[in-house]
Design a protein around this ligand. Structure first.
Ligand code: FAD
Length: 666
């Protein structure tokens, strides 16, 4: 440390850190006429957001989707070849350009506001004074009425792991990888770990994701985190939950897959590269906070109140250094709110109550307000409304078959309590319900609004309708209609009901047969029908009234007996008439599950694991099952899968006759 050349230079505000929190806080105070200095120790302004976090990861994601043709693969059967030998920085050639532009923009913003930028490491030698230590010259002292600490955070080094190995990286060093890995173990299934796992999986890297908790993206509505997990698994990733990496060793003289990992469970893995993404810690260590009396929380973040004021009256802190939520989006606003409070500016008095969260997994996740699990925990009444993008024109055009919107609202007032979106553009779409929530609005707003067509946004309207329809159906008994059966041939795609019929034992009178009745919103009701060759009591009255497609999934020798029952009821069978005359398709259980992307069952697969996995597959497909994972049986899952198979066939989302749909002659 060199001796300061001059006495302290005086400012109204001195900001430490030029990330989103520091930049916007400085600009806010300067906008209202304050004399502001900003200190940055990195060679360039922008913080983690520009140089190591937000922009690099999002640019890399965009590159991965573009270079691999990922978004269009299923639509056009097109995938592109990737040069895996390129380093990540070469691969993301655009990144340098994006970073430079952003950094220039931030510098311009500082200049425009007359903010003086000091380059060097800031620390407090004593209250009211900041020292700036720079390799380029003597230390400087800056004095101010107000200080704003926006020093961000850094990845926490995992205990006992040698992070000096170039193939073992954290999220700050991931861009230094020398090539696109053939395999990578990602440790940590939080936001950053899941985002990187998805984008490398899209690049064709074999991903193993190890997460200590029982699900990915804890805190996000479970339906969305299950959706992301399944998407990862479909991209070939293996997800190991409830486990942790305890050691990483390098096998000498191996060039690929040279890392050996040991997990807490005893499992051993090998990998080309390892990414640790298990937590970040506030950058406070070198600031000398103890010398000025600023308190930290137990987790090492700077403790602040609602105005971002620390335990020292004229010192404020914002952004990652104060902990949750640790987002560029919130850091910026925290900076502005803090500075309005510090200088008594009657402009921004508090953070907005309603904050959006966006996760750039594949597909994207975005959420605002309460999750379903939070509402359950709080014991608050709620109703759900859903809409799937595959049922919207825009979703069909773009081939978004996974995405959906989920609205949670108060059943009495219809006030919107939470909104959750899975799918491409989720992080944009979420602003629509966010603004409704911010205005304290009810779901009726969606019903009254006119949305552009075709867009994904119009799905908010249909999610609201769905919610209101469920509300109306609550407690209402099933209509006891026994109208005559539909006789006119109709396109199966227009039918209202999809029945899945499953039987495990031999068909004998009185033997239980499971029937799953699914509507077009994929809401399922499961019942047991006592086998009766006459078919009496098999068809739900509303299915008879509105039209249905039934899919039976039984062993081959029982299939014809059950088909005969449907024939007796006047139903048409696939393969014995036109498509329009078809009410019934047959499926084979194992082929059916394979069709739904279940992994092949081997002798080693535990039945419990199979049941859980199948439950999750159906949930991720958007089926609302009346029983939870613990309670539902395998035959009930078979029936639900059959109903869904019938739906896919009827709506032509599966090929005309997929292998798991068997014509009657078979
Ligand atoms: C991989 C990854 C992906 C992310 N994706 C997103 C996303 O999609 N959306 C989103 O909203 N957020 C995202 N984030 C989070 C976002 O980057 C951070 O929340 C945000 O950058 C925090 O801003 P900040 O101003 O608090 O600190 P930072 O951006 O970290 O900036 C802190 C600055 O302070 C400087 N500094 C530190 N100590 C000193 C000192 N003693 N003296 C001088 N200067 C100092 C640092 O050099 C740095 O420039 C992501 C983060 C990561 C790691």
């Amino acid at each position: 440390m060199s001796v300061p050349a001059t006495s302290p230079e005086r400012f109204d505000l001195v900001v430490i850190g030029s990330g989103p929190g520091g930049e916007k806080g400085a600009a806010q105070a300067a906008w209202f006429g304050k004399r502001v200095a900003l200190v940055e120790r990195a060679p360039e302004v922008g913080g983690a957001s520009v140089h190591t976090g937000t922009l690099p990861s999002k640019t890399l994601r965009e590159t991965a989707l573009y270079l691999t043709g990922f978004r269009r693969r299923e639509l056009y059967g097109m995938s592109l070849h990737l040069d895996r030998k390129k380093s990540l920085r070469q691969l993301v050639g655009r990144l340098r350009d994006v970073i430079d532009r952003q950094a220039r923009q931030i510098r311009r913003n500082l200049d425009r506001h007359g903010i003086i930028l000091y380059s060097g490491e800031a620390s407090f030698p004593s209250p009211g004074v900041l020292r700036v230590a720079s390799a380029e010259g003597p230390d400087r002292l800056l004095a101010a009425d107000v200080f704003l600490i926006a020093t961000g955070s850094s990845p926490v080094a995992p205990p006992g792991i040698d992070m000096r190995d170039p193939d073992v990286v954290d999220s700050d060093r991931i861009l230094d990888l020398d090539r696109v890995p053939t395999s990578m173990t990602v440790v940590g299934g939080g936001v950053i770990g899941t985002e990187y796992a998805c984008l490398f999986a899209a690049l064709g890297t074999r991903i193993t994701l190890v997460e200590g908790r029982e699900r990915l993206l804890g805190g996000v509505d479970e339906e969305l985190s299950t959706g992301v997990q399944l998407s990862l698994e479909r991209m070939g990733a293996e997800i190991l939950l409830g486990d942790a990496v305890v050691s990483v060793e390098r096998v000498p003289r191996r060039s690929t897959n040279a890392l050996r990992l040991k997990l807490k469970s005893g499992t051993r893995l090998q990998a080309d590269k390892v990414l640790f993404s298990a937590g970040r810690r506030g950058n406070t260590q070198t600031l000398g906070l103890d010398r000025i009396g600023v308190s930290l929380t137990e987790r090492g973040h700077i403790a602040v109140d609602d105005h971002f004021q620390t335990s020292v009256r004229n010192v404020y802190a914002v952004g990652d250094v104060v902990g949750f939520p640790g987002l560029a989006s919130t850091s910026m606003e925290q900076g502005r709110v803090a500075m309005c409070h510090a200088f008594g500016i009657a402009y921004k008095t508090a953070m907005a109550d309603v904050l959006p969260y966006g996760i750039y997994s594949i597909p994207e996740v975005a959420t605002v307000g309460f999750s379903e699990q939070e509402l359950q925990k709080k014991g608050l009444p709620y109703e759900v409304g859903r809409a799937r993008f595959e049922n919207s024109a825009r979703g069909q055009i773009t081939g978004d078959f996974e995405g959906f919107i989920k609205l949670l609202f108060d059943p009495a007032t219809h006030k919107l309590l939470g909104a959750h979106v899975l799918g491409e553009h989720a992080t944009e779409l979420i602003h629509v319900p966010m603004l409704v929530m911010a205005a304290g609005g009810a779901i009726g707003v969606f019903l009254d609004a006119v949305f552009n067509f075709p867009t994904l946004s119009e799905s908010f309207k249909y999610a609201a309708y769905d919610g209101l329809q469920r509300l109306a159906q609550r407690g209402a008994s099933a209509p006891s209609v026994s109208a005559p059966r539909r006789r006119e041939p109709t396109d199966p795609a227009t039918r209202h009901w999809f029945l899945g019929v499953a039987s495990t034992g031999p068909l004998q009178p009185e033997r239980p047969v499971i029937v799953c009745q699914m509507d077009r919103w994929r809401r399922c009701r499961i019942s047991t029908w006592s086998y009766d060759p006459s078919g009496s009591g098999l068809l739900p009255p509303e299915a008879e009234r509105d039209g249905f497609v039934a899919a039976i999934t039984v062993k081959a020798k029982d299939a014809s007996a059950l088909s005969d029952v449907f024939l007796r009821l006047g139903c048409g069978i696939l393969g014995r008439g036109t498509r329009e005359e078809t009410d019934l398709v047959q499926t084979r259980p194992s082929q059916l599950w394979e069709g739904l992307k279940d992994q092949k069952r081997t002798a080693r697969t535990r039945p419990e694991a199979v049941r859980r996995r199948r439950y999750e597959i159906l949930r991720a497909e958007g089926l609302e099952l009346p029983l939870g994972c613990e309670a539902i049986r395998e035959d009930q899952l078979d029936a639900a899968a059959a109903a869904f198979a019938g739906y896919l066939w009827a709506t032509r989302q599966a090929r005309e006759e997929p292998p798991w749909v068997i014509p009657a002659e078979d």
